[in-house]
Design a protein around this ligand. Structure first.
Ligand code: NAD
Ligand code: LMR
Length: 329
């Protein structure tokens, strides 16, 4: 039998964890022939709940599930891990701003970065889901000096999927016919969902944007950018199933590659692409091949888009400066 891939999920007893673990174990993330060993990492108070989830995982008798370990110590939880999904964080409640979360969550991701640095497998790939995801990824990466920076990513795939869905509704086409939208910047309300390079069943996304600028500015952009808050208002809790689905999409594409002729969005450590300062974790249009992300370069970015990208990147700079001042990076 193939050696199982070690997948560590933090916050395993939380809402996203519950929506995520069963799909990983079923093969939805790494493929139908790849066995996985799940490492559930929780805080001590939630270990019992994680044990309950582990019982349910056992009860599914997933053929690909090679084992489940439960930990409350990051050093042990990340030892030898190949894929690390950093979900555990404090979710935003009604009325709470993301900036309030920086201090509360920053302390979690430093120790986790150090534990990954100390013991993860050489091929480790890290996806940060817990908010503020981009800056938490920056903290984790900064605390893992021996791990290449391109192994730390932040999740903007949910925003990407939201943009696909909203654009498909506008054009009245199946979502499968929408390609090449982009999320730029931060996973926050400042993000810029960009339709200008999209292909919508053969029609350029720019056509929809130019023909109906009010739709773009007053409907599409705010609907996508504020969707997380709208779901919190409606559900009384942060998105969970759609977030877990996006995490599956992100890792699957990272490991197995993106489809020919399409791209997706991911928060990556900037090396200066599109003027985004080096060392910020910012969302870009990306493809994946050979198990690595590549930023799609050379897109024309007009003044309208440029201003919005810069505004979101400015927020990332502020977050970076705030965590730097707190001594977290
Ligand atoms: P939740 O409160 O249901 O679960 C969080 C879990 O994390 C809890 O079980 C908690 O015990 C655990 N946890 C806390 N600190 C931990 C630590 N140091 N180590 C391990 N586990 C720890 O929250 P949720 O709904 O699952 O959401 C998790 C995070 O994901 C939140 O920050 C939320 O804002 C974020 N989120 C991100 C996106 C995105 O698109 N990037 C989308 C939705 C939610
Ligand atoms: C989402 O986009 O649904 C979440 O990131 C919202 C949040 O703040 O938890």
């Amino acid at each position: 039998m193939t050696t199982p891939v070690n997948v560590t999920v933090t916050g395993a007893a939380g809402q996203i964890g519950y929506a995520l673990l069963f799909r990983i174990a079923s093969g939805a993330m790494l493929g139908p022939d790849v066995p996985v060993r799940l490492r559930l990492l929780e805080i001590p108070q939630a270990v019992r709940a994680a044990e309950g989830t582990a019982m349910e995982l056992d009860d599914c008798a997933f053929p690909l599930l090679a084992g489940i370990d439960i930990h409350d110590d990051p050093t042990v939880g990340f030892a030898g891990t190949n894929v690390a999904l950093l979900v555990g964080a404090r979710p935003r409640g009604p009325g709470m701003e993301r900036a309030d979360l920086l201090e509360a969550n920053g302390g979690i991701f430093g120790p986790q970065g150090r534990a990954i640095n100390a013991g993860a497998a050489d091929d480790v790939r890290v996806l940060v889901v817990g908010n503020p995801a981009n800056t938490n990824a920056l903290i984790a990466a900064s605390n893992a000096p021996d791990v290449p920076k391109d192994r730390f990513t932040a999740m903007t795939r949910l925003d990407h999927n939201r943009a696909l869905s909203q654009l498909a509704k506008k054009a009245d086409v199946p979502v499968s016919q929408v390609r090449r939208v982009t999320i730029w910047g931060n996973h926050s309300a400042s993000q810029y969902p960009d339709v200008f390079h999209a292909d919508v069943a053969g029609t350029p996304g720019a056509t929809y944007a130019r023909e109906d600028e009010l739709w773009l500015t007053d409907d599409f952009v705010p609907t996508v950018a504020k969707r997380g808050a709208a779901i919190i208002d409606a559900r009384g809790a942060s998105s969970a199933a759609s977030a877990a689905n996006a995490a599956i999409d992100h890792v699957r594409d990272w490991v197995l590659g993106t489809p020919e002729g399409d791209w997706t969005s991911a928060g990556l450590w900037s090396t200066g692409q599109y003027g985004v300062p080096e060392g910020l974790v910012s969302s870009f249009p990306v493809t994946s091949s050979g198990g690595a992300w590549q930023v799609v370069e050379g897109l024309d970015v007009d003044e309208f888009s440029r201003a919005r990208i810069e505004a979101s990147v400015a927020e990332l700079v502020e977050e970076r400066d705030a965590v730097r001042a707190l001594g977290l990076i």
